[in-house]
Design a protein around this ligand. Structure first.
Ligand SMILES: [Zn+2]
Length: 457
């Protein structure tokens, strides 16, 4: 997931937390009561002790060497978002693994929309979509992405290696640990003969790091079909001060593009006959630069511009791109409306302005079902002594949980993966080895409980 700024707490979610806490307190003795208390005490929560599923605990412990072997294999296959060859090989590998675990697998092609401001219809890394039907009550989907932000060839500088409690490798934290967790979780359930779910689904995409332009719509569709979606992005910082978490919020990102058409004319002999597109574009950028609201985490920054070609010609064309961030989809709508209104007021009357506002990624706004799953996760983590916090404010960039949560049938939860460090940087990227067994246990137990309908909302 891309990194962005910290953002203020969302009042709506606080209200939601409080409401659920009150309702849980009104019925003492219900299983949700203790977890709700823990969730409301976020950010750092120690869940009440509860007996662990010892058989599952032993199985997840026994899985560790194989999990590390999987990580080594995945890290060894370079898969930058635009490396279609590398992504293709990795997709084939993931598909084979999922078929071996008894799933029906399809590889679905992905393509950016033609109107994407930068990718304009480009072919992207394919998605791997796998399903398995069970005899339980709920449909559970697990998502992660196999693409990385790194250019081909960089992998040689950060190969897989283990040093003490750290497993290093390029893309290991973001998000190959998540792909590996899903592969082992699915395989573990198959080997245990667990099929107490209506359907188990897996979606691994190859375009997350560029905004999921080719997979976002499909993820939204799946979110409307599955009762629960767990996204396996990193589950916390691996630094000494870091702790395990799940997320109930991520930011939205949009790309605004403005194109101004004026009229060319000789800049020396007849400037008055020209209509300077660069002046008009500048006027619009200067007006709109203040349309954000820092208190709401809404911001617009013009970052790329082009105009003119010859020193002695009044420029007839000018264009610019802005990066827009927001914590809610409504604020993004307000930003677009403000820009559309603003371009009606021109500096140079005879110019024409076209505005495109591409929603690259929606905000992930959790509902009551998401919160119920998060509370359940806190309780399960407590079984193996894992303190798990619930983050209800966006602190990172956008993730695919947002697409899954646009028209959700049930609940969506982000950051179900391992803690990690060094994503998107030149630092050595790593995950803590000691985090693997507890997070594999947590994820597997939550999937089992969701599948058999034991998590209520
Ligand atoms: Zn990621």
């Amino acid at each position: 997931m891309p990194h962005t700024l910290n953002a203020p707490v969302r009042p709506l979610l606080v209200a939601l937390l409080s409401a659920l806490l009150l309702s849980a307190c009104a019925t003492p003795g219900t299983p949700g009561g203790a977890a709700a208390t823990a969730a409301a005490a976020a950010p750092t929560v120690a869940a009440p002790a509860r007996a662990a599923d010892e058989a599952l605990r032993a199985r997840t412990q026994a899985e560790l060497p194989a999990y590390l072997e999987t990580l080594k294999t995945l890290v060894g296959m370079e898969s930058g978002s635009r490396d279609l060859e590398g992504l293709g090989k990795l997709a084939d590998h993931v598909a084979t693994r999922l078929r071996t675990a008894g799933m029906q697998v399809e590889i679905r092609p992905a393509k950016a929309p033609d109107f994407h401001p930068q990718l304009k219809g480009a072919v992207l890394g394919s998605m791997v979509y796998a399903t398995r039907t069970g005899n339980g009550s709920k449909k559970v989907l697990l998502i992660a992405h196999m693409d990385t932000v790194y250019a081909k060839g960089m992998g040689a500088k950060q190969p897989f290696r283990i040093d003490g409690d750290r497993a290093y490798g390029l893309g290991i934290a973001d998000d190959k640990q998540g792909v590996a967790l899903i592969l082992h979780l699915v395989d573990l359930l198959a080997r245990s003969g667990f099929n107490d779910y209506a359907q188990l689904g897996v979606l691994i995409n190859g375009d997350e790091e560029i905004g999921s332009p080719g997979s976002g719509a499909f993820i939204t569709q799946l979110g409307s079909e599955y009762d629960a979606v767990l996204s396996f992005e990193g589950g916390g910082s691996a630094e000494a001060s870091g702790s395990d978490m799940v997320r109930l919020a991520t930011s939205s990102i949009a790309i605004a593009e403005m194109k101004v058409t004026g009229r060319a004319s000789h800049a020396g002999a007849a400037p008055h006959l020209g209509r300077n597109a660069l002046y008009e574009l500048s006027h619009q950028m200067l007006k709109s630069r203040n349309f954000g609201d820092p208190a709401k985490g809404l911001q617009i920054n013009w970052t790329v511009a082009n105009a003119g070609g010859s020193r002695n010609v009044i420029p007839a064309e000018a264009s610019a791109i802005a990066d827009v961030r927001s914590l809610t989809n409504q604020d993004l709508d307000l930003m677009e409306a403000a820009l559309r209104k603003s371009i009606e007021d021109k500096l140079i009357p005879d110019t024409k302005i076209e505005l495109s506002f591409y929603r690259s990624r929606p905000a992930f706004v959790a509902n009551a079902a998401s919160l119920a799953i998060a509370r359940h996760a806190v309780q399960v983590a407590g079984e193996v002594g894992l303190p798990l916090s619930i983050r209800d404010r966006a602190t990172g960039g956008g993730t695919d949980a947002a697409f899954a949560g646009l028209r959700p049938r049930g609940g969506v939860l982000e950051s179900f993966g391992l803690r990690g460090f060094g994503a998107h940087s030149n630092d050595n990227e790593y995950i803590p080895v000691s985090n693997i067994v507890p997070r594999l246990y947590l994820a597997t137990r939550v999937v089992m409980d969701l599948g058999r309908g034991a998590v209520k909302w």
